[in-house]
Design a protein around this ligand. Structure first.
Ligand code: THG
Length: 339
């Protein structure tokens, strides 16, 4: 369950789909990435208030991965922002209720804005052959679209917003469908034209996303974590004159230095079924962190994962012990991404 909707996590097998995603192209229904629109005179002021990323030089047609922060400096969400017009933003959210947070701020601060969940449903086209497929569907012009940009492309007389974004590092696009009728035709068309590229239905793949270091809000981090603990340093702009919630808290956190950090881990076992956060121990049996996501990686031939690791253990090659199903195994901390 993601944003009160169902998101598929696997069709046949996670490993089979992992290999397919890295070689071919997949079509993902990622409409759970609800898109919250903020429109009106104060829209830019409100969106800036919610994120630590400096939006003062943002441009229409560009996308911005931006941590949303509360007054304590903790993460509320980590959406992709789309600047549609000077006074119109779309916030493509991870799994938490951003619309209500935004409305609360807008009401409390008497902002002149309208906030609503748009009727956009997003299709992900991910994999190394995604550009070939998109070119066949939308024409040559789409090959000029750059990473984290969006534009509008014609399909059978209907314009669709397409961004070069997505929750994989295998290159890909997202089609932000507003016209459902055309969207359904487009869906079938993608599978018809995609035959020569071995297109398959898919969904965010946990092996690929962990290897690529794509973090998942609600799994790897949540409202107990600040952006520095998540390695989002480049999305925190404390030195400019922008005004956002938690700015003072983040200045303090930065000055004091973080006490824990999300890191990659490699564990010498061949399978894992993570149902709770498992503790990491050092040689002396001291708790040094906990595992938040994990899966067997056929590429590393061991279990890989993302763990919140305490200072001073959050460094490459630090070894730890972990007890899975009553059996003690060993592992090593590593930097993200894995590949
Ligand atoms: N697509 C869209 N919305 C989303 C997601 C998505 N909302 C929720 C969730 N996924 C947000 N998580 C991420 C995480 C990383 C990236 C995108 C969404 C990503 N990051 C770039 C990188 O790591 O190279 C950074 C881009 C930048 O510098 O701005 O791609 O998948 N629509």
């Amino acid at each position: 369950v993601y944003n009160h909707m169902l998101l598929p996590t696997v069709f046949k097998s996670i490993e089979e789909e992992y290999h397919h995603l890295k070689e071919h192209v997949q079509v993902w229904d990622v409409s759970v990435q609800r898109e919250i629109e903020i429109r009106g005179k104060d829209s830019s002021k409100l969106v800036q208030l919610m994120t630590s990323r400096d939006l003062s030089k943002t441009k229409i047609g560009k996308c911005y991965y931006s941590p949303l922060i509360d007054n304590k400096g903790n993460l509320v969400n980590d959406p992709v922002l789309f600047k549609l017009k000077e006074n119109l933003w779309r916030i493509s959210i991870a799994d938490s209720d951003v619309m209500l947070f935004a409305k609360g701020l807008a009401i409390g601060g008497s902002f002149d804005v309208e906030i609503y969940e748009s009727k956009v449903n997003t299709l992900g086209i991910q994999g190394p052959k995604s550009q070939k497929l998109m070119e066949k569907v939308f024409g040559k012009k789409i090959t000029e679209l750059k990473f984290f940009n969006f534009d509008y492309y014609n399909f059978q007389g209907v314009k669709h917003m397409v961004s070069k974004t997505g929750f994989s590092k295998q290159t890909g696009y997202e089609i932000h469908i507003e016209n459902i009728e055309s969207g359904l035709k487009l869906y079938d068309h993608l599978f018809d034209l995609g035959k020569e590229f071995n297109v398959k239905p898919g969904c965010p793949n946990i092996i690929e996303r962990i290897e690529s270091g794509l973090l998942s809000y609600g799994n790897d981090m949540d409202n107990q974590n600040n952006p520095y603990e998540c390695g989002f340093d480049k999305y925190v702009n404390l030195d400019s004159s922008i005004n956002f919630l938690g700015k003072d808290s983040l200045k303090k956190i930065k000055a004091e230095g973080i006490k824990r950090k999300l890191m990659g881990v490699k564990i010498d076992i061949n399978e894992i079924n993570l149902t709770k956060e498992e503790i990491l121990y050092n040689e002396e049996g001291k708790e040094i962190g906990f595992l938040r996501s994990a899966i067997f990686s056929p590429t590393f031939n061991k279990v890989i994962g993302i763990a919140l690791v305490d200072k001073p253990y959050f460094k490459e090659s630090e070894s730890f012990k972990i007890i899975i199903n009553g059996k003690t195994s060993v592992g090593k901390v590593c930097n993200l991404p894995f590949v």
